[in-house]
Design a protein around this ligand. Structure first.
Ligand SMILES: CC(C)(COP(=O)(O)OP(=O)(O)OC[C@H]1O[C@@H](n2cnc3c(N)ncnc32)[C@H](O)[C@@H]1OP(=O)(O)O)[C@@H](O)C(=O)NCCC(=O)NCCS
Length: 296
């Protein structure tokens, strides 16, 4: 048995381990001749399919799942843990391969993209993998779009690398993503749309202005601050005007020589001289809560 990363809910879909009653649906659409056009294994023996899916739960490397929408199986996701390539001695089981197959009756509804994201989330966040790749026939436009929309990076385009029964030798593309890239994307998505979105721009500005500050480190500091402030509800209750003032102040203070002193001084200044603040006491409190949430 392995510890399954499923179930996971995402965008109205339930990603879960396959059970016996799912097998007929999987058998049905996996061998659809049109949907199969770009699958390397274009036909799967129904008995093999049953055996393989029911073996997932006891496999040490297979974390494939079914995608359930309101009780109906609409897709399958493949996630296999593999050893990273290279010289002997590399740590085992660090990498992942993903794939997906949407029931053609439900194609074009975003299920493929959500499935790719769910597989990446499971690979990086639950299984702790280092790097995930996915390969496709270069002509499989829908699959290529899925990988790009999921945020994966195209790393390889191999010319006439893969045999296709109708097309002959055709090109193959491979996409990849590292764990840190996933974390970066997830943080950006978490922070986007919150008042802290401008923290990223502040980090970039600091790195540009101060050559001794490394861009990645600055982004990490600001992303982490944004996440903690957001989760700690540090700026709750401020109106948009005061919120913008606090965020702008924090963007400056977080890279001050003594960030704690800078933030507390700003709280005092807000009380002393309200300026154009709408609610100076609430602003002062927000600065103090921020200092506390960020342990400054
Ligand atoms: C590839 C596949 C997973 C796409 O799933 P899906 O749920 O239809 O994809 P989404 O709805 O998330 O759409 C993703 C993108 O693909 C595009 N797309 C969907 N079907 C397409 C098609 N037939 N041709 C071109 N683009 C297509 C969508 O428009 C969208 O792009 P956009 O953001 O530019 O609008 C699905 O077609 C499938 O399972 N195919 C058979 C199995 C397969 O080929 N798997 C991949 C093996 S590598």
């Amino acid at each position: 048995m392995h510890a399954s990363p499923w179930p996971v809910h995402r965008d109205g879909l339930l990603f879960r381990d396959a059970v016996e009653k799912d097998i007929p649906a999987l058998q049905d659409f996996r061998n659809d001749p049109v949907a199969n056009h770009f699958m390397v294994h274009n036909q799967v023996d129904p008995d093999d399919l049953r055996r393989d899916w029911l073996a997932v739960a006891s496999s040490p490397t297979d974390y494939s799942c079914v995608v359930d929408r309101d009780g109906e199986v609409v897709a399958m996701g493949f996630l296999e843990v593999v050893d990273g390539p290279g010289q002997p001695g590399s740590p085992p089981g660090t990498d992942g391969l993903i794939g997906y197959f949407v029931d053609p009756r439900f194609a074009g509804q975003g299920i493929g993209t959500t499935t790719a994201r769910a597989l990446l989330g499971a690979a990086f966040e639950d299984l702790g993998l280092r790097r995930v790749t996915a390969a496709a026939y270069a002509d499989n436009n829908a699959s290529v779009r899925v990988l790009e929309r999921a945020g994966m990076r195209r790393e390889r385009h191999s010319v006439q690398a893969l045999w296709h029964r109708d097309l002959g030798w055709v090109d193959e593309v491979e996409y990849a993503l590292l764990r840190e890239e996933w974390v970066d994307m997830a943080t950006a998505a978490h922070v986007a749309g919150t008042p802290f979105a401008e923290f990223r721009a502040a980090a970039d500005a600091v790195a540009r202005q101060r050559p001794e500050v490394d861009l990645d480190t600055a982004r990490e500091v600001f992303d982490e601050a944004a996440r903690r402030l957001h989760d700690g509800l540090a700026l709750e209750g401020l109106d948009d005007h005061d919120l913008a003032a606090v965020v702008a102040g924090l963007c400056v203070d977080l890279v001050a020589e003594d960030p704690g002193a800078a933030v507390r001084a700003r709280a005092e200044a807000a009380r002393r001289d309200a300026g154009d603040l709408h609610d100076p006491d609430a602003v002062a409190a927000a600065f103090l809560v921020s200092a506390s949430v960020l342990q400054l």
